[in-house]
Design a protein. Structure first.
Length: 263
């Protein structure tokens, strides 16, 4: 496999991984609109995420886009992309029903998990399709898991918002606890290695520093998430603090993904 194809493989795993994040970001934003917290800003975030998801959905399959991807050829990957294509219009409509018609956010919450699972299946298929072709065999897995961290920031925020919106506190609190735990274990694995997650530790000093920075930003928000996961009702002040702070974690987690892609 030539250098161009290897670069394309890393870019596709990155962008497909970002789709997972966008599936949760748009739902998180719709939920904040529904509960009236940072509603105007959230609607802008929601519409931008929907547009980014649609653009990437096309470019992963057909090529092009900001990263000038090649058209996808792998049959297993194309099969998973077709399932995303089937789900996406349903989720799109549900988002607009919440924000434009005042529909209950619970239906969207369930659909967003379906879309996330399917978007993750695309990433897994890409990892299998391309891992043997990369110079570092571990690199596909590292891009996958570091990219998943972006999604987990948005999923935790969404789950906290759904609790504020009246979702079952026990069930959603348990889900939030699992999301926080996966973020913590993944970050630890990316920094120091993990047999459980099949990860090597940070391969460069720059990545080691970047992942440490992500951890420093995450810890104050982790405390809020865990309090809510344990049964406390989220306050408006906490919701606003998470809204104002979580995207800094997202940006720095994304910077780590770009560092892995550049290896």
């Amino acid at each position: 496999m030539d250098d161009g194809t290897r670069l394309d493989a890393k870019r596709k795993i990155n962008i497909a991984g970002r789709q997972r994040m966008l599936s949760q970001r748009m739902t998180r934003a719709a939920c904040f609109v529904a509960i009236g917290v940072a509603a105007d800003q959230s609607e802008k975030i929601m519409r931008a995420a929907m547009a980014e998801f649609e653009s990437a959905r096309q470019s992963i399959r057909f090529g092009g886009g900001d990263m000038e991807l090649m058209p996808e050829q792998s049959a297993p990957v194309l099969k998973e992309l077709t399932e995303v294509d089937r789900l996406w219009p349903v989720v799109n409509r549900a988002i607009l029903d919440v924000t434009e018609k005042g529909a209950d956010v619970s239906d969207l919450a369930a659909l967003s998990v379906d879309l996330l699972v399917q978007a993750n299946d695309v990433v897994q298929a890409l990892e299998v399709a391309y891992q043997d072709a990369l110079e570092m065999p571990e690199l596909a897995r590292l891009i996958n898991v570091s990219g998943r961290q972006r999604m987990l920031t948005q999923r935790a925020t969404k789950e906290m918002c759904l609790i504020a919106a009246g979702a079952d506190k026990d069930a959603m609190g348990a889900a939030l606890g699992k999301t926080v735990s996966l973020f913590d274990r993944s970050l630890e694995g990316l920094r120091f290695g993990s047999q459980e997650l099949d990860l090597i530790g940070a391969p460069t000093a720059e990545l080691e520093f970047q992942l440490e920075h992500v951890a420093e930003l995450w810890i104050p928000l982790q405390a809020i998430f865990l309090r809510v996961a344990d049964g406390a009702a989220p306050t408006e002040a906490e919701l606003l603090h998470v809204f104002d702070s979580i995207d800094q974690v997202l940006r720095e987690a994304n910077a780590a993904v770009q560092m892995y892609q550049a290896l």
